[in-house]
Design a protein around this ligand. Structure first.
Ligand SMILES: Nc1ncnc2c1ncn2[C@@H]1O[C@H](COP(=O)(O)OP(=O)(O)O)[C@@H](O)[C@H]1O
Ligand SMILES: [Mg+2]
Length: 467
């Protein structure tokens, strides 16, 4: 069965979830639910256009690319090309450009899901989900939302942008809560019939956490869960202060509203700031790398969809290179699967997996700006390769920033802290690969161009594998 991907609106509610419908896995429906661009570094084999080529047509040069599948509901001709269908099915199952929104496409993660449910249902606290990019926070939030809706929670998902403003954000969230859930509104009253939402009870213009909590403490007949995804992107410090204040107000009044905040961070404080007054009302949920078994389960979805098998050695290679990141498991599994299908085989072997890694590394490298590419190939970069890889690892655990101590820990004492600091500065000043943030406490560094860190780590892992 192939499931339709839902388009990603920034805010969605219970209603939106109902539009997620399974579609039959005929080729035409698969084609119609195209949700993300085809992977750029995949080259279509020359013979694949044959299906749609008019045999009498002549082209002056080599044949121009064609669509893989027909958009007509023509099951007969669609099934004629089983290979293209398997490719599309594989992309649907392992494509890495979208978060998972449904349980059917969600691998593993029983433990964080269980802890999230317990925190919401039994402890009645607010939850902060944190971890590195691509680790699966948004996916967990979506699948959790589905589960909570089944238990009649009213769930609102909102993605934060850099420009998030407290009043605007929560006005649009409250516009998704029907007013019939407010204690002041009687069933069958004029207000209930009007179909209004909570937002009309808010003051006009800007308002604060207290006024918002006043309105939200009136929730009855359901419990409201507000998911604030990508919280780390919010730059306005007032927004974070107001949200902390809101948590305090909601908790003090025992309101039937709980927040679930997710973001890229190393720890709780980094995301919500140091706020001792709300500590006992919050639970932190760190998203950790997937286990081997979970990564295997993820690859199995590709196996089922495209009717292929990942051999144990291929699974091992992909698992090692991905290091528990579901994003990388999908990226590598997808590419390795395509390589296997193109070779007209059903079993993904280790060589396929390695080729997939090479493809991904090459593609990442090519996507870097020229300037960054040439800096990476400078002599200084080669002599300090170990340090750069350690720095990449140090930054990967959270938002990219790392300290001298972090790199020292990664290098296991191979270099003194003093030497590390000196070398890091070299890459800030002479070779423009790192940037430096001054402020209270230790100086922080990070790679000036985000793709560089992943590239370094993957190349290093690949080198270890080949050695
Ligand atoms: N449990 C899972 N099962 C299958 N795929 C997952 C899972 N968690 C994450 N993914 C995939 O990994 C990628 C990154 O996930 P996402 O939820 O966007 O991470 P984050 O929000 O932490 O950056 C997406 O392509 C998503 O489909
Ligand atoms: Mg996310």
């Amino acid at each position: 069965m192939i499931w339709k991907r839902k388009s990603q609106a920034s805010i969605e509610t219970n209603g939106a979830a109902e539009t997620e419908i399974p579609v039959a896995d005929t080729q035409s429906s698969v084609t119609l639910v195209e949700a993300f661009p085809s992977t750029p570094f995949y080259e279509r084999p020359a013979n694949e256009g044959e299906l749609w080529r008019d045999p009498t047509a002549r082209e002056p040069g080599p044949m121009l690319p064609r669509f893989i599948a027909s958009a007509a509901d023509d099951i007969e001709s669609a099934s004629a090309d089983r290979l293209s269908r398997r490719r599309l099915a594989l992309r649907d199952a392992l494509g890495a450009s979208q978060p998972v929104v449904m349980r059917e496409a969600f691998a593993g993660r029983h433990d964080p899901m269980g802890r999230l449910i317990t925190a919401i249902e039994e402890q009645r606290v607010h939850v902060v989900i944190y971890g590195e990019r691509g680790i699966g926070k948004t996916s967990l939030a979506h699948v959790f939302a589905e589960t909570a809706r089944e238990a009649r929670y009213h769930v609102i998902y909102a993605s934060c942008g850099t420009a998030a403003n407290f009043s605007d954000m929560f006005r649009s969230i409250l516009a998704r809560i029907p007013r019939i859930f407010h204690t002041s509104v009687l069933p069958n009253s004029a207000e209930a019939e009007a179909g209004d939402n909570f937002d009309i009870m808010l003051p006009n213009g800007e308002y604060g956490a207290r006024e918002l909590a006043d309105v939200l403490s009136g929730v009855v007949g359901t419990r409201v869960l507000v998911i604030l995804d990508e919280y780390d992107r919010v730059v306005d410090v007032n927004f974070r202060r107001d949200v902390a204040e809101l948590i305090k107000n909601l908790s003090d009044r025992a309101a039937r509203v709980q927040l679930i905040i997710t973001g890229v961070a190393l720890n709780l404080d980094e995301l919500i700031g140091y706020a001792p007054s709300i500590r006992r009302n919050i639970t932190g949920l760190p998203m950790t790398p997937m286990t081997k078994a979970e990564m295997r389960e993820l690859l199995r979805m590709g196996e089922r969809a495209a009717d292929i098998v990942f051999g144990d050695d291929a699974v091992e290679t992909i698992g090692q290179m991905a290091g528990g990141s579901p994003y990388l498991v999908r990226l590598l599994g997808h590419q390795a699967g395509l390589i296997t299908l193109d070779a007209r085989r059903d079993r993904v072997n280790e060589a396929d997996a390695r080729k997939a890694v090479e493809l991904v590394i090459r593609e990442w490298q090519a996507s870097l700006p020229r300037r960054v590419q040439s800096n990476l190939s400078r002599e200084e970069a080669k002599t300090h390769w170990q340090l750069l890889v350690a720095a990449a690892r140090a930054g990967s655990s959270a938002d990219g920033w790392f300290t001298v101590d972090d790199v020292y820990a990664e290098m296991g004492g191979a270099l003194s802290a003093l030497a590390i600091e000196r070398d890091l500065k070299l890459f800030v000043n002479t070779v423009d690969l790192l940037e430096r943030r001054e402020g209270p406490g230790d100086p922080h560094f990070r790679f000036g161009y985000p793709g560089v860190a992943s590239l370094l780590m993957m190349s290093a892992a690949m080198a270890r594998l080949v050695a």
